[in-house]
Design a protein. Structure first.
Length: 227
């Protein structure tokens, strides 16, 4: 096997490692948001485990990149691919940590109180995970068209979100966020067409109980049982 063939094989292996790290980052976002929305401390613990895995994966990839440079001494475009890989894993680790930050709100009541107001959070999480997947795909497949598409998505979403944050007129703000959610829906890989109805029943003597849109029970410390 020639030196060039060995280098290409190393780069294919490196690409697979980056894909694996991307999967971990997306899983941390998914479980972090789920832990927040469901106020699930167990899911928060799972995100912490994933954080350890993504750290070890980053260290392994970093070592692999150093070995490639030392053994093959790449130049020009080949060297840029290796150094770009180092940048990518730093960003993927940071994305995963965002998922952990979100999950840390679980178990302290924050998710339960805010969930009804943050109806776009699951959709935003799906969009983020899709963008991470496409970003890695564009690098591994050297697809510049896919990469440019990511900038368009990011700019449109950020622009609408920023407009909604600073708009003081309630009617205009509502319209902006409707556009925001419509754009999220357009860019998402899938959307929910229907949801099931959730019914609860309680005694007249029970007070302080609130049902969750997901059917999850939380905040039961406020529930009281009268005579």
């Amino acid at each position: 096997m020639t030196t060039r063939m060995l280098f290409n094989e190393e780069m294919r292996s490196l690409n697979q490692e980056i894909i694996r790290m991307g999967d971990l980052a997306r899983e941390m976002i998914k479980k972090g948001v789920q832990a927040f929305l469901e106020n699930d401390a167990d899911l928060r613990s799972k995100v912490e485990e994933l954080d350890h895995q993504i750290y070890l994966t980053e260290q392994a990839i970093e070592k692999h990149c150093v070995e490639i440079v030392a053994l093959h001494q790449p130049v020009a475009g080949d060297l840029r691919m290796v150094t770009t890989s180092l940048k990518i894993i730093t960003d993927l680790n940071r994305i995963g940590r965002y998922g952990q930050d979100i999950s840390e709100l679980a178990g302290n009541g924050e998710g339960g109180k805010r969930m009804k107001k943050l109806v776009a959070v699951p959709l935003m999480a799906e969009l983020v995970m899709g963008m991470v997947n496409d970003a890695i795909g564009s690098f591994v497949n050297r697809d510049d068209g896919m990469a440019r598409g990511l900038f368009i998505r990011d700019d449109e979403i950020d622009s609408l979100l920023q407009q909604g944050r600073v708009e003081t007129d309630i009617g205009k703000r509502k319209e902006i966020f409707q556009q925001f959610e419509a754009r999220l829906t357009e860019l998402s890989p899938w959307i929910w067409l229907s949801t099931s109805n959730i019914y609860t029943a309680q005694l007249k003597t029970i007070s302080g109980f609130e049902s969750s849109a997901t059917g999850t029970l939380f905040g039961l410390t406020k529930v009281t049982l009268g005579q």
